[in-house]
Design a protein. Structure first.
Length: 211
């Protein structure tokens, strides 16, 4: 073999040798499928709407009064307490409900926000929303109302209060706020008070079953 032929063969072998600094294919795939971190995803937790009831309750009631124009019901619970619950437009079956019916409701319970003497209503009268103009709060569409009411039943130990507002609507509250709950001990049946509360709103309505 001539010297020229040998040099050509050696040059061909050098060209055929693969580069050792190229990244392996497996490493490229691994990098491509690495999961995103929490910071990269950037998901924020849902914010609680102020005044929104905490959870949906489910309970049977007997219908005492039906207000078609306001889509509201006055109902009696198994314990005998009366309360007013507005039925959301998305809850089917309201048009068929009649006085005396036994129904089951899935609803957001009314929340008592503040409780004060009736004289407090005079100072707040010019700035407090009426039932018609009160802002809608939360996903259930409950409204925050302030008005005069008289106490029909109070149990400081159990933390429950029942009132009837000036429009004749009964409302039953289970009070969690320690400051408001402490005030119950000074109340008596028949006392006149000023209440600020969110409406109870039913999101589901059906015929009650069982006893």
């Amino acid at each position: 073999m001539s010297r020229a032929t040998m040099m050509a063969a050696l040059l061909g072998m050098a060209v055929a040798v693969p580069r050792c600094d190229a990244p392996p294919a497996e490493a490229e795939v691994r990098t491509a499928i690495e999961p995103a971190t929490k910071d990269q995803v950037g998901l924020a937790p849902a914010e609680r709407v102020p005044g929104e009831p905490e959870e949906v309750m489910g309970a049977p009631f007997t219908v005492e009064r039906v207000d078609r124009s306001n889509r509201s019901l006055v109902v009696e619970s198994r314990s005998g307490s009366l309360t007013t619950i507005r039925v959301a437009p998305t809850a089917a079956g309201f048009e068929e409900v009649a006085t005396g019916d036994r129904i089951a409701l899935d609803y957001f319970r009314s929340s008592l926000i503040s409780l004060g003497p009736t004289r407090a209503l005079v100072a707040a009268a010019d700035q407090t929303p009426t039932r018609a103009s009160a802002p809608v709060l939360g996903a259930a569409g409950g409204r925050q109302i302030t008005g005069k009411a008289h106490v029909t039943e109070v149990d400081g130990q159990a933390g429950t209060l029942q009132v009837t507002t000036a429009d004749g609507r009964p409302h039953a509250f289970v009070i969690q706020d320690p400051a408001v709950r402490e005030r119950l001990s000074s109340l008596r049946d028949g006392d006149e008070v000023t209440v600020t509360y969110t409406e109870a709103v039913a999101v589901g309505l059906r015929t009650a079953t069982g006893s």
